[in-house]
Ligand binder design. Structure first.
Ligand SMILES: Cc1cc2nc3c(=O)[nH]c(=O)nc-3n(C[C@H](O)[C@H](O)[C@H](O)COP(=O)(O)OP(=O)(O)OC[C@H]3O[C@@H](n4cnc5c(N)ncnc54)[C@H](O)[C@@H]3O)c2cc1C
Length: 369
């Protein structure tokens, strides 16, 4: 499990070298930040990372690549605000080549014969992490080579990833299979070898890109399996709440320890069974989430639906952060920390989003440095 200590997480932000990042991020052993588990759980924000990098005095050209990647995340969050069912509904168009809802067994068993891919799937099971390129390769193998639906592939990956995020995950799966992009994404063996340092030959990906247009499912991917994804919830415990105080709600997408930290309030980590039935996560993932919540002083865990908490909780005022998956929580909703809050509407593509960002005052101030 990665660290769950807030001070160590902050130290990780300080260690980012945006120059090395820009040069190496596509390589399996590149200088990536590994911050996504903390960003996805809402412990830190993309804006917080951006602010640290700017304060360290890097020039705008040195920052461009990493800011763009962080902005991809904010972009997907904006998409999710508009496409509120993007885990089950295509954003732009239906996946064209799909013969099966189930996932290739070779992928589930980390037995595709592609060394880097199999190693990465094993790492996903063991550590809950996977490099961005590997996620792209795996999603492409599942959807475009294996012609399985993006929906179950996305659900399976979400279950295991410590950085599980509905928006980033499902937008990416949809992007790979052409449901949120103009063409299918393919990577051949040569490309995988280049970024992973492997020397595989003769695999089902060892061919010219034109061959992928035939859309013939490789023999290795014809057998498909269903996966059962179940969340093990923590034991129910009782909470003691002061009825004179407001109640601040934390959840799987918001564990920010400094948000409203000086206010007197009840602080409740709400673990709703309905949420985790719909979006199952692994046992390791649940443990990581609970550990991270311990950075929030005086937090109490409530396993149950919001309505049950409301009955138990005499407090009239509820405070939470805006997030489309938690729109049912009433009361005050604080904005999330966006890098470029001026661009607050969903754009049809990341490049349109980035274009609008470049015209904002926030971006122009970075450019002046
Ligand atoms: C099929 C697929 C599924 C994915 N599922 C998730 C997911 O569930 N949760 C998740 O957080 N990311 C997801 N991503 C995006 C990306 O792979 C991860 O954010 C990234 O690998 C995290 O590693 P890092 O923190 O070292 O990233 P770095 O490269 O160090 O980037 C810094 C931060 O920028 C953001 N970022 C970087 N690349 C992307 C990207 N392509 N899309 C969105 N944000 C990005 C992340 O917040 C990341 O922490 C997925 C990508 C694909 C292709």
């Amino acid at each position: 499990m990665p660290t769950t200590q807030y001070t160590e997480i902050l130290a990780k932000i300080q260690k980012i070298n945006p120059i090395n990042y820009a040069k190496t991020r596509n390589n399996l052993d590149g200088a990536v930040t590994q911050l996504s588990p903390f960003i996805s759980r809402g412990v830190i924000s993309t804006k917080q990372v951006m602010d640290v990098l700017i304060a360290k005095g890097y020039r705008s050209a040195q920052l461009e690549r990493i800011l763009q990647q962080l902005a991809w995340r904010d972009y997907f969050q904006r998409v999710a605000q508009t496409h509120t069912e993007l885990w089950q509904t295509e954003i732009t168009k239906a996946q064209e080549f799909v013969v099966d809802e189930m996932i290739p067994t070779a992928v589930l068993e980390a037995n595709t014969g592609i060394t880097a891919v199999d190693m990465s799937i094993n790492n996903l099971y063991q550590y809950g992490t996977m490099h961005n390129h590997m996620r792209m390769y795996v999603a492409s193998i599942v959807c475009n080579l294996g012609q399985s639906s993006w929906k179950n592939g996305g659900k399976w990956m979400y279950y295991h990833l410590l950085d599980a995020d509905i928006a980033s995950n499902f937008c990416s799966w949809q992007w790979i299979c052409g449901a949120f992009s103009s063409k299918l994404y393919f990577a051949n063996q040569e490309n995988i070898n280049k970024y992973s340092g492997t020397e595989d030959v003769g695999t089902f990906l060892d061919s010219d890109y034109r061959k992928f247009n035939d859309m013939v499912i490789p023999q290795e991917l014809t057998e498909k399996s269903a996966v059962e994804l179940v969340t093990v919830l923590p034991e129910k415990t009782s909470v003691t709440l002061d009825k004179k105080l407001p109640t601040i709600i934390y959840n799987y997408y918001n564990l920010d320890p400094v948000w409203r930290q000086d206010e007197e309030a009840n602080r409740v980590l709400l673990i709703e069974p309905s949420h985790f039935n719909k979006f199952p996560i692994s046992k390791a993932n649940m443990e990581f989430f609970i550990e991270l919540s311990k950075n929030i002083e005086n937090i109490q865990v409530f396993v149950g639906e919001f309505d049950e908490l409301q009955k138990e909780c005499p407090s009239k005022e509820f405070i939470s952060k805006e997030h489309p998956l938690f729109s049912h929580i009433p009361g005050t909703k604080d904005e999330r920390d966006w890098m470029f809050p001026e661009v607050d509407k969903m754009q049809p593509s990341f490049f349109k989003y980035w274009d609008k960002i470049q015209k904002t005052q926030t971006f122009k101030k970075i450019k002046l440095k």
